[in-house]
Ligand binder design. Structure first.
Ligand code: HEC
Ligand code: HEC
Length: 165
């Protein structure tokens, strides 16, 4: 009983930690555990904005973050071979990958150049870090802001211009 629970937990761990690209070929299930060792992640070869020496695990974590922030799968930015269904992460064929590079550089600059100038004692580090999700919130195109219907007693952004008599 305890042993099979442990085995299931191990299988879950392996499923959750294996990369989609590694896991897809050979999907692990609770029934065929224990699984073979996941293949080591390939070294990135075409990084132009991110640090070239970023550990592959950290790179994949970032990539998962981008996918979640935009509500997309990896193939939104990365080419996938139609016949073999194999992704080619290094290829620069998709325009969204190029746009994402600009967005990564933009976000880095907002944080390093501008957010560092904001000294708000109430803000936790996460509050003063702009990320893809700050703007995208799960959408490929950031949703347009629509102000709430105006509250006539307390119009948003109003300042007491005159003191009531
Ligand atoms: C919003 C677009 C976007 C999404 C979604 C995305 N990526 Fe990326 N990915 C990029 C960009 C941009 C680069 C190149 C970064 C650079 O030039 O520094 C990249 C680079 C990579 C690389 C390095 C390739 C190389 O050899 O240079 C890997 C691996 C990778 N992505 C994997 C993934 C995986 C796995 C997913 C899904 C979990 C994913 N990406 C989702 C935009 C994206
Ligand atoms: C300051 C707000 C902001 C931040 C932060 C931001 N984006 Fe964007 N992003 C936008 C806006 C606005 C657009 C629409 C631009 C356009 O279409 O001309 C956009 C468009 C995109 C697109 C093209 C989407 C499409 O459907 O054509 C991609 C891809 C993208 N962003 C990726 C990212 C990634 C990845 C990050 C984090 C590294 C990020 N963005 C951070 C505001 C932002």
């Amino acid at each position: 009983m305890r042993c099979s629970a442990l085995l299931a937990a191990t299988a879950m761990f392996l499923v959750c930690t294996s990369l989609p690209l590694v896991g897809q070929d050979n999907p692990l299930s609770a029934t065929n555990a224990p699984a073979q060792q996941p293949r080591p992640l390939p070294k990135p070869v075409n990084l132009q904005v991110l640090p070239k020496d970023i550990p592959p695990q950290d790179l994949v974590k970032l990539m998962r973050g981008y996918s979640q922030a935009l509500g997309v799968h990896c193939s939104f930015c990365h080419e996938v071979n139609e016949q073999t269904h194999k992704p080619n992460f290094a290829a620069d064929t998709k325009p969204d990958k190029a746009m994402a590079r600009t967005m990564i550089a933009m976000t880095q600059e907002i944080n390093t150049k501008f957010m560092t100038q904001i000294h708000d004692p109430d803000a936790m580090p996460a509050d003063k870090t702009v990320s893809c999700g700050t703007c995208h919130r799960g959408n490929t195109m950031p949703a347009q802001f629509t102000p709430k219907p105006e509250d006539h007693e307390h119009p948003a952004g109003s300042m007491p211009m005159q003191h009531p008599q």
